[in-house]
Design a binder for this molecule. Structure first.
Ligand SMILES: [Zn+2]
Length: 284
C-alpha cells in the first residue's frame, strides 16, 4: 500500500451529476435499506480511480486494470453477524456516493474485506448524525481511529507493513496486523505474485552467472557486471509508487542480500551483494 494524493474537492463530474440528486437524497431516508445505485459511481468514477491508483489495487498493489472494483472504504452496509458480534457495526450508508469513501481494490482484497471495518475502540464509532454535522473525512478518521489504513489520508501507509523474502507480508502496527488479516494479504495468489517477482530477478542473475561460466570472452567480467546492472536498475525503477508491487521493490532494494543474494552459493553471494551496494552508492 502506498500513499495516494486524491483531491476530495474535485470528484469526477459523473459522480456529482444532478441526475443522481434524488438517489443521494433517498439514501438518507432509506438508510440501511437503501439499494446502492452503482451506476452513479461506475464508469467514469472507476476510470478516475483506476488512473489515480495507476491501475493497481489500493491494498495489495497488484496491477489489475479493468478488473479493479470500487470498494467503499467505510462499508455502506451494516454488519450484523449473529454468531460473531465483535466486528458488527450499523453501516455508513450516507457515504455510499462520497468520492472520499471510494477506493479501488482487486476482487480478492474486496471480497476478503467484505463489510468489516474494525476500530481501535468500537465505542468511538461515529453515527450519521454526528458525522454529517462535521462532514469531513479527515476528521472522521481522527475520531474513529480505524484499524484499516486509508492510503489517501495516511501519508506513510508503508510503515504498517513488513515484506518478507518468502512472499508473505506481516503487520508492523495494529493497523498492519488487522489489514493482513481482513484483506487476506497472505492469500496464496498474492504470495505467488510476490514470489514470482523475486524469482524473476534471481533467474536473471543466475543466467548472467551461467553466461559468465560459458564465455571465453576476455571481457566477460565486464559483461557480467553489465547484466547485473540491468537487473539492479529494474529493481530501482520499480520502487516508483506508480509501479506494480512498488513496496515489495522497496524491501528488495533495502534488504537485497536476504531477498535475492541469499539464493546463491557462497562464492557468488558476496560478489552480487557488493555489486548491488556499489550500484546503489552510485545511482542514488
Ligand atoms: Zn488487492
Amino acid at each position: 500500500m502506498v500513499h495516494i494524493e486524491k483531491n476530495y474537492n474535485n470528484p469526477p463530474a459523473e459522480l456529482i451529476n444532478s441526475k443522481w440528486d434524488n438517489v443521494k437524497k433517498s439514501v438518507l431516508v432509506e438508510k440501511n435499506n437503501h439499494n446502492a445505485q452503482s451506476e452513479c459511481y461506475r464508469d467514469t468514477t472507476l476510470e478516475a480511480l483506476t488512473n489515480l491508483y495507476s491501475n493497481k489495487c489500493a491494498c495489495c498493489e497488484r496491477s489489475r486494470g479493468e478488473e479493479l472494483q470500487i470498494d467503499h472504504y467505510r462499508p455502506k452496509k451494516a454488519r450484523n453477524n449473529k454468531t460473531n458480534t465483535e466486528y458488527n457495526h450499523s453501516g455508513y450508508y450516507w457515504l455510499t456516493y462520497e468520492w472520499s469513501n471510494l477506493i479501488p481494490l482487486c476482487s480478492s482484497c474486496n471480497q476478503a474485506k467484505s463489510n468489516f471495518f474494525p476500530l481501535q475502540d468500537n465505542t468511538k464509532r461515529i453515527s450519521e448524525h454526528t458525522h454529517l454535522k462535521a462532514n469531513n473525512i479527515v476528521l472522521l478518521q481522527d475520531c474513529e481511529k480505524p484499524l484499516f489504513v486509508n492510503p489517501e489520508i495516511d501519508k506513510l501507509p508503508e510503515q504498517h507493513f513488513l515484506y518478507l523474502p518468502n512472499g508473505k507480508v506481516e503487520g508492523r502496527t495494529p493497523e498492519g496486523v488487522a489489514m493482513v488479516k481482513f484483506y487476506n494479504m497472505n492469500s496464496r495468489p498474492k504470495i505467488r505474485d510476490r514470489k514470482k517477482i523475486l524469482s524473476e530477478y534471481t533467474h536473471e542473475i543466475k543466467e548472467a552467472i551461467d553466461r559468465f561460466y560459458k564465455s571465453t570472452d576476455t571481457n566477460k567480467k565486464h559483461r557480467f557486471e553489465g547484466s547485473l546492472e540491468t537487473t539492479f536498475s529494474k529493481i530501482k525503477r520499480k520502487m516508483n509508487k506508480k509501479c506494480e508491487l512498488s513496496q515489495l521493490h522497496f524491501f528488495i532494494n533495502q534488504y537485497f542480500e536476504v531477498f535475492i543474494a541469499n539464493k546463491f552459493p557462497k562464492e557468488w553471494k558476496a560478489q552480487i551483494t557488493d555489486s548491488f551496494l556499489e550500484f546503489k552508492s552510485h545511482k542514488v
